[in-house]
Design a protein around this ligand. Sequence first.
Ligand code: SF4
Length: 237
Amino acid sequence: MTVASESKIRISEIFGPTIQGEGHLIGQPTVFVRTGGCDFRCEWCDTLYAVDSEFKSQWKLYSAEEILQQVEILSQAPLLITLSGGNPALQPLGSLLEQGHNAGYQFSIETQGSVAKNWFSQLDHLVLSPKPPSSGMTNDWLQVNKCLELATTAEKVFKIVVKDEVDYQLAKEVHKLYPTYPITLQACNTHHKTSHNLDNILQRQRWLTERVCEDHWYQARVLPQLHTLLWGNTSGR
Ligand code: SF4
């Protein structure tokens, strides 16, 4: 790898403006910058095209300037840029954050918290999504802590995907470990591999809502994936 390509950012897709479909910023207009590559392989990952090396030929290497240019063409005015993936923490995004802020943009990152970078100090929102047991992955809590430490000025929140009771208990553990941070629970969307099955997604969402209420867990917020309800499991939404 050359020095020039080391500073390039691996991009799967840039799209928007649309709305943030999940988590505490749900409904907020945003442009998504989805990076390519992830250090996890979750059982139910719904963005495999930004994870699996099988799709590598579709990813492009861009400089921070090139990404910002594309965002500016799409948005026509400053707004929230959502850094998603894959795991965007794997990419060198410091320069994009600096240039974007200078142009009036704000940044939110969505990451599982497995990799902490110094440029987290420039973030406006840090959305940490440690993975539940149903993902088949193991979280590195030291790295999660490091992410929180480095994101000095960002709003820091947790978002946990819940498929079943075991996952729900993990979400409760996360809340015990990090009681001062807002936490959002989201029913797992396991139907992306087949077809968009709204009934199943809503059924799981109802179960999760009832579970939180019967537990009197009133600090948790339960939200659906709004984009899945609106558009199904399609990329670029
Ligand atoms: S961490 Fe996220 S992007 Fe990576 S495999 Fe898991 S669900 Fe997919």
